[in-house]
Design a protein around this ligand. Structure first.
Ligand code: NAP
Length: 295
């Protein structure tokens, strides 16, 4: 058996297309474009690449992008002052502070300073709390994109057994909350889980967000399960070339799973599309703009 490939690129392109139509209606009606401010500190090459893709996608959707590239040496106080400015700026609907931050800056202090209404990454404790108790708020982009892919693939998820491997605040925990809201029976696994293969084998849905290349093997999977691979780690191969690998041993998993996301081309494009979505939704809320399409 060969699993179906879940095409995250196509799903992301479709979502971005729907958003672009709504952005154009928004601009006509409100007289301005939705705006996303992106703050990048230092010269961390992967962060630079993520920010470039996010800025490009923002502009392609017809939205305004405000880039703030700051030196590694910036003091925490200066960064907080910038966030205060962006919180107060009416042209800014969403603020994204690219992580990780340099060690002398406390990530929690920075995230907590963002206005929850502009926290399009969904990392502010208020948004995390809202998700936990089922109130509207911003949901982190990567888990939101994973949920969309799962619902596209399996429709109603009610009653399915799901496992999320990884319990980070930005992927694992919010993913588990979303699956719970979708009426799955959810297991959250982590580095102290006793028998991970057995826990994975019980589940219809596996979301892997670990950052350990190919940790999850094909023979751990329940036949026909749906596998969402969030992991993306660049590893050096014996011939010296570099390759992006997920948390799931893809060549093995494809023989057992019912459907699986590739790496790259699975979850990554959905993360960016959901950032654009959250920014548009923020602008629509702030301007009381009613949109028509399901986003
Ligand atoms: P993280 O903060 O490092 O969290 C990793 C989680 O995996 C932790 O909860 C850890 O458990 C758990 N873990 C580590 N080793 C394990 C093991 N052997 N067995 C079971 N669980 C284990 O990572 P993250 O930020 O969530 O990211 C995870 C991966 O997703 C990374 O590869 C990252 O690059 C990728 N990612 C991709 C996107 C995208 O858009 N595609 C977005 C975000 C992240 P403990 O809590 O017990 O330590």
């Amino acid at each position: 058996m060969s699993a179906k490939l879940i095409d995250g690129k196509a799903a992301a392109a479709a979502l971005r297309g729907r958003i672009a139509i709504e952005v154009s209606r928004f601009r006509e009606s409100i007289g301005r474009a939705p705006g996303l401010a992106v703050v990048l500190i230092g010269e961390h090459p992967p962060s630079n690449a993520y920010v470039r893709s996010k800025v490009k996608a923002t502009r392609e959707a017809g939205m305004e992008s405000f880039e703030h590239r700051l030196p590694e040496s910036i003091e925490q106080g200066e960064l907080l002052a910038l966030i205060d400015e962006l919180n107060a700026d009416p042209a800014v609907d969403g603020i994204l502070v690219q992580l990780p931050l340099p060690p002398h800056i406390d990530e929690r202090v920075i995230i907590t300073r963002l206005s929850p209404d502009k926290d399009v990454d969904g990392f502010h404790p208020e948004n995390a709390g809202r998700l936990a108790i089922g109130l509207h708020g911003f949901v982190p982009c990567t888990p939101l994109g994973c949920l969309m892919l799962l619902q596209q693939e399996r429709g109603d998820l009610t009653g399915l057994d799901a496992i999320v491997v990884g319990r980070s605040n930005i992927v694992g925990k919010p993913m588990a909350q979303l699956l719970l809201q979708a009426n799955c029976t959810v297991t959250i696994a982590h580095s102290r889980t006793r028998d991970l293969p057995a826990a994975v084998r019980r589940c219809d849905i596996v979301v892997a967000a670990v950052g350990r290349p190919e940790l999850i093997r094909g023979d751990w999977l329940k036949p026909g399960s749906t596998v969402i691979d969030v992991g993306q780690e660049r590893v050096e191969l014996p011939d010296g070339s570099r390759k992006l690998l997920g948390d799931v041993a893809f060549d093995e998993a494809i023989e057992v799973a019912g459907a699986i996301t590739p790496v790259p081309g699975g979850v990554g494009p959905m993360t960016i599309a959901c950032l654009i979505r959250n920014t548009f939704v923020s602008a629509a809320r702030r301007e009381r703009f009613v949109y028509e399409r399901s986003l």
